[in-house]
Design a protein around this ligand. Structure first.
Ligand SMILES: [Fe+2]
Ligand SMILES: [Fe+2]
Length: 200
């Protein structure tokens, strides 16, 4: 089964309560194969931002590439750069809460501080424009006691709010693909991860 020979097999149950070990061996093997394609699916979704300007000087894919490129050129580690690349991936399906979407996708694969940074960057980014929309530009202050406040403020200041320059030479998406593959190949936090046998 480890060779993926279950490709055409299906579980036999009509209700989960009828499921057998054999059924779940089939599903688990399909899942193992499917999960290997996660990075590619995420990248395909990110490509939906191509050509989506929303009135900004650059489209949302270029903004994402520029944010990641700036972080990479500033010496940030791979996980941080992947977070920078994907921080706005929720713009397509989460118009009213886009940071939550990116955070949900990244949650199993990144550290607590990077997850917090992605999840809350919307309020911190607002420091640079919320007053023009009748919102509180200091909304980020509600997080002033968080240990991750400075990390998120720095992300927005150095990379996110700075990534709207049409003349900046960003790396192409292909440059970041191996990084995304590596980060998404090592889940750290998921209820679907089995606990390691401490005697092993
Ligand atoms: Fe954003
Ligand atoms: Fe952004």
């Amino acid at each position: 089964m480890a060779d993926g020979s279950v490709a055409g097999e299906r579980a036999q149950f009509r209700e989960m309560m009828e499921g057998t070990q054999e059924d779940w061996n089939i599903i688990a093997e399909h899942s193992r194969i499917f999960n290997k394609g996660l990075a590619k699916r995420v990248l395909d979704h990110l490509r939906l931002l191509d050509g989506d300007y929303g009135g900004f000087p650059v489209d949302r894919l270029e903004h994402s590439l520029q944010t990641a490129t700036r972080a990479h050129r500033d010496g940030r580690d791979e996980e941080y750069v992947v977070c920078a690349l994907l921080h706005d991936i929720g713009d397509t399906l989460g118009s009213m809460n886009h940071p939550d979407v990116a955070a949900a996708i990244l949650k199993p694969f990144v550290s607590e501080e990077n997850l917090w940074m992605v999840a809350n960057h919307g309020a911190f980014q607002g420091y640079y424009f919320f007053e023009y929309l009748g919102l509180d530009k200091n909304m980020r202050e509600k997080f002033k006691d968080s240990p991750h406040y400075q990390r998120c403020a720095e992300f927005c200041h150095k990379y996110d709010q700075a990534a709207f320059d049409p003349d900046y030479e960003s790396e192409p998406l292909e440059f970041f693909e191996p990084m995304v593959e590596r980060v998404f190949s090592k889940p750290k936090n998921s209820m679907y991860l089995r606990k390691k046998d401490p005697s092993a």
